[in-house]
Design a binder for this molecule. Structure first.
Ligand code: FAD
Length: 298
């Protein structure tokens, strides 16, 4: 069982707990992005098992008519085992997601089949995986006519150029600052420089993308900048933040009639919760205090 101290950041150990969390978010106008915790599997059975779990999950999301999608890490579904394992498992998840809900009632409440399926995001890991991840996105975004998204990292110097290739594809792109400690020849290291790169990339995305921009950031300055770019270009966009981080702002944004963005919360769940929780706490003292306050009830 997940102790209360961790449950601010992780929805639970089971898909049922994660789906129940999505229901409470949906009631408050926030959509969910579900992530089964797990990464860097070196054996195929572990990668296959998580891919199976995602296949079940995308079907449950559609069956329950939830406003939610999934986000998958390449190394969780076989990238460290080999290219074939990653390809096959991603193809299985995307096919199941694309089919999910077809034949069932539409999400608009009508009896017509819902043609949209469940959306699949591909998370971005360290720089050695960028090419293979973007190639996988390109394959599936084209084949599903945009039912797939990919994350790109503003700290990587290559990203601005990658965006030019992505602009011509269907599907969504999530821009984040980047969570991996990358070498200085490949990545901006100073926070101010990463923020500047984030702004550059965001401006380009609002100008050149048709299928929507995802702002994966808690930074109020970046969210404000996205609002300005939306006013200028009208490109549809969404804001994505992590479970347990600036949650009040997530609900405020979703409820703000002046903000046209959809708001998504990224929701980790699963038995491998400890290392994720530990990372969140190490990252910021405020998270440790927040988690502690939740336990002592003040
Ligand atoms: P920062 O400059 O780090 O923070 C800005 C402000 O936001 C801070 O001053 C603080 O007020 C608040 N804040 C930010 N983080 C926290 C926190 N943990 N706790 C409390 N307050 C905080 N990275 C990848 O490399 N690959 C991915 O696939 C990926 N997917 C992501 C998906 C989502 C939905 C999100 C939100 C992030 C993802 N990231 C991913 C992580 C990302 O790269 C950053 O490491 C992380 O979001 C912190 O950057 P920031 O933009 O929030 O801004």
């Amino acid at each position: 069982m997940i102790p209360p101290i961790a449950s601010n950041f992780v929805a639970g150990e089971t898909p049922e707990a994660a789906l129940a969390h999505v229901e409470t978010l949906n009631d408050r106008g926030v959509a969910g992005i579900l992530n089964l915790l797990g990464e860097h599997y070196e054996e195929r059975p572990a990668a296959d098992a998580d891919a199976d779990a995602y296949v079940d999950l995308v079907e449950s999301i559609a069956d329950r008519d939830l406003d939610a999608c999934v986000s998958v890490k390449p190394s969780q579904i076989g990238l460290d085992v080999g290219d074939d394992a990653f390809r096959e498992n991603l193809a299985r998840i995307v096919a199941a997601a694309d089919d999910a809900g077809s034949g069932g009632p539409g999400s608009d409440g009508s009896d017509a089949p819902d043609p949209s399926g469940t959306f699949v995001w591909i998370d971005m890991e360290d720089h050695e995986t960028t090419d293979v991840t973007l190639d996988a996105f390109e394959r599936h975004a084209t084949a599903t006519d945009g039912n797939v998204g990919v994350c790109v990292q503003a700290n990587l110097k290559r990203t601005r150029e990658d965006l030019e290739r992505l602009a011509d594809l269907p599907g969504k792109v999530r821009l984040v600052k980047g969570a991996y400690d990358e070498p200085a020849e490949l990545a901006h290291k100073k926070k101010a420089r990463v923020d500047e790169a984030y702004r550059d990339c965001l401006a380009y995305m609002f100008e050149a993308f048709d299928d929507g921009v995802a702002v994966g950031s808690h930074d109020p300055a970046m969210i404000e900048y996205a609002t300005e770019l939306y006013a200028e270009h009208g490109t549809p966009y969404e804001v994505q933040m992590l479970m347990g981080v600036r949650e009040r702002e997530q609900f405020d944004l979703a409820a703000d009639p002046d903000v046209d963005a959809e708001v998504y919360q990224y929701i980790p769940y699963g038995s491998k919760w400890f290392s994720y929780f530990y990372r969140r706490v190490r990252e910021r003292k405020s998270n440790a205090l927040f988690a502690l306050r939740a336990v002592v009830g003040r």
